[in-house]
Ligand binder design. Sequence first.
Ligand SMILES: Cc1ncc(COP(=O)(O)O)c(C=O)c1O
Length: 456
Amino acid sequence: MDASQPVITASAAKLHLSPTLEINELVHRVRATGKKVIHLGFGEATFPIQEEVLQCHREACNSTSYLPVAGLGELRERIAAYQSGRLNIPIHADQVVVAPGSKPLLFALFDILDGDVLLPRPSWVSYEPQIAHAGKLLFWIETDEHGRHNLTEKALDNAYTSAVDAGARPRIMLINSPSNPTGQVFSKEQVSLIVKFCRGRSITLISDEIYSDICFNAEDVQISAFESAFGEDGTVIMTGGLSKTYSAGGWRVGYAIFPSSPVGKAIRQSTLAYASECWSAASAPSQIASIKAFSSSRATSEPIGSAMDTYREAVNCLHRMCTTRFYHALQNCGIAVAEPKGSFYLYPSFQPYASQLQKIGVVTSQDLSKWLIEECGLAALPGSAFGEKDERQGVSGGNLRLRMATSYLYFSSEEEKYSKGYALLKSAAAGEEVSLPLLEEAIAAIQAAVEKLNTQ
Ligand SMILES: Cc1ncc(COP(=O)(O)O)c(C=O)c1O
C-alpha cells in the first residue's frame, strides 16, 4: 500500500465524533478523579419503557427475519393513524418509511435531495456534518436574541440571498420544533411564515418533529409544518421516532412521512431505494413493539385514557415539571434563559456574567463548558456544537451559550430507573408532587457556580 495516499476520503476525514460523545468522555475522566459531575450534556430520554411495549418486544424477540424496506405494514398504518389523529389530516401508510432511527433517514434525505441547505442557527449537532458529508453547502438562518429560535422574514431572506450570492442553490430547509437545543416551539404563525417562504422558492422543507409529543402547552402538540404538505405541490417531509417520548433510543426506530403529492412520492421512492442499499430495514422486534407504542385513543379504537396515552402524558408532565423548575433556578441565578416550551432542553446564556468569566479566562462557550465540568461539577454542551460562532459577542452570540438537557435528572442508575421509574410515572400521571434529588443537586451546583463567579 502507498503510505502517501490517504485511505479515507476528504469528506470522511472531516467527520468527527459527535460533541455529545466527547462530553461523555470528559465527564468520565473528571468522575474518575473522584469528583461528582451532574450530567446535563446528553439528551437521552431515560424513563423505563412502557410495560406493554416491553412485553411486545420480549414476545417478538424470535422474529429474526428481515422486514420490508419501508417497514412493517401494520406499523406504518399505526404511525399514519397516530399523526393523522394529532394533526387532524389524512395520512396513509403508503406515505411512511420506517428506519433504524430518524438520524439515518435525515442522512438519506440530505443525500438524496437536490440543492444546498438553509438551517436555523442554532440547530441540533448532527445536521451540519450530515449536510457537509452529502457535499452540500449550508447557510445559517439567524434566530432572535432571546429564545434563539424564532425566524423572521428578514432572516429567511438574508440566508436565501447570501446563498444565492455565493452561487449556491438553496433548495432544502430543515426546521426542528420542539427544538433541540433551545427547548422552544414554533407558533402557528411562525410555521405558516416558513412554509410560505419555502413554497415561494421551491424549497423542500424537512420538519424534524421527534419531540412533538413533548409540548408543555397541550395546544402546541398540533402545530406542524406537515399540515401544509397537501395538494399537488406538497413538499414538506416530517420525521419522528421512538427515541424521545418512549425512551427507546437504543431500539432504533424512526420514521419519515412524505407528502402524497407526485414529488413526495418520488422522494419516498428514492428514500426506499437508498434504504434498501444501506440499512435494509429496522429491527424486527423493535418494529413489532412500536405498533403498541404508537397506539393512541386519538387514532385507534383504544379507549380514552389508554395505557399508552397515560404513559405519554406522564412523560410529558415530568419533562415539563423538571425542565421548568430548572429554568426558574437558572433565572433566579441571573442567567439569561428563555422559558422552555417543549422537549427537555434549556439554552441559557451566561452573558450577564461575561466580565466575571473573562477574569478566569472563560471567553468561549467551549471554555465555559469545560470550566463548569471541571470546577463546578455540571456538564453541558457548548453553543458552538449547535452552530454558534464562539468569536461573536453579545447575548445572541454563542460565546457564552450552553445547552442543558434535563433528561438525566431522574435516576442515578439503570437499576433505579426500573425500581423507581414506574412509580414516578404513576405519581406524575396522578398529578402528584414528585421529588427529584438529582434535579435539586443540579440546582445547587448552578447556584454554587454563580456564587463562585460573584466572588471574582
Ligand atoms: C433533534 C433531533 N433529531 C433527530 C434525532 C435522532 O434521533 P433517532 O435517530 O434516535 O430517531 C435526535 C436525537 O438526539 C434529535 O435530538
